[in-house]
Design a binder for this molecule. Structure first.
Ligand code: FES
Length: 70
């Protein structure tokens, strides 16, 4: 499977971030790419409390609650 064929998955974590796996690029509003760890999942904040947006900083542990189901 080539990198282009590798699926991207986004997992909605209970009371936590979106965990994104696969070959992705994340751009800021000016089109600049964030540095991402190679070959590892990325956790994106969905609680709004992160100190390292758009990434999860662990601040969701201060009371964010959501356990959405598909
Ligand atoms: S989801 Fe972890 S800090 Fe927002």
């Amino acid at each position: 499977m080539t990198m282009a064929e590798t699926p991207v998955t986004i997992k909605v974590m209970d009371n936590g971030p979106y965990v994104v796996e696969g070959p992705i690029t994340i751009l800021d509003a000016q089109g600049n790419a964030f540095a991402l760890p190679q070959g590892r999942a990325v956790a994106l904040c969905r609680c709004g409390m992160s100190t390292t947006k758009p990434f999860c900083s662990g601040a969701h542990r201060n009371g964010f609650q959501d356990a959405s189901r598909a």
